[in-house]
Design a protein around this ligand. Sequence first.
Ligand SMILES: [Zn+2]
Length: 281
Amino acid sequence: MTAAVLMVVAALSAFAPESATVRPRPARRTIVVDAGHGGRDNGMHGPIGGGPPIYEKNITLAVAKKLAADLESRGMTVVMTRKTDTLVTLGDQGKIANEARGDLFISVHVNAANTGWKDPGGARGYETYFLAEAKTEDERRVARMENASARFDTRSSGDRDNPLTFLLNDMMQNEHLRESSDLAQTIQGQLRKIHPGPSRGVKQAGFIVLVTAFMPSVLVEIGFGTNPAEAAWISSADGQFQIANAIADGAMEYLAHFDRRSSASSSANVAAGRSGPGAPR
Ligand SMILES: [Zn+2]
């Protein structure tokens, strides 16, 4: 062997034990699962044109419970914002998530067609949102619909409506923009494998529920409760299990991406005691 080759071999062997130790360990992550609406806030109801009536709050809770069980079976710690038919005031979901030091926040919702549309009962499909300024009228429509839950907040406005508070929260959530967008992509991609309806894509809008959770956060519209076929599917135990499983697959896929991306800097993060995507960076 030439001296140059020997030097390369020596250099490689010097790195080998190092690279073995920085391989990310499968960390136990905390995932916050939010069942949209609840209590006095029914969310949307449907379907249009007959069929068994549904209320969004019941479907989101059933799916959120299945999602929580699925994630726990994969070794995740799960915190649910609600486990019963109760109202969690909009914005408090983020507080729960922050106090739990969540790594990810996933809010489950059901979409509703605008009755002014040409064929509102015909609208189908699923979409996953991350927090950023809405770019289309349809994104603004969904944000208006979900943010309307704020009307159930009977507390005095105080900090909640303070523009500075909103701005600061928005800036803190902005830190996670790229991560949230990736999480939305992986969830939407997994739903595509099982959902009978069309993919409406990854979208962005200003949701109050997402602005207060300081971690990668998404809101999933699992289908249109206004469409009779989709309302039946998202109400069925089988459909709910499939949706929950796909969302869990998406979350795990995102965490694998995150671990790969951060493996280079993992030593520093581990030394700091936090290595999850929700950890301050
Ligand atoms: Zn909703």
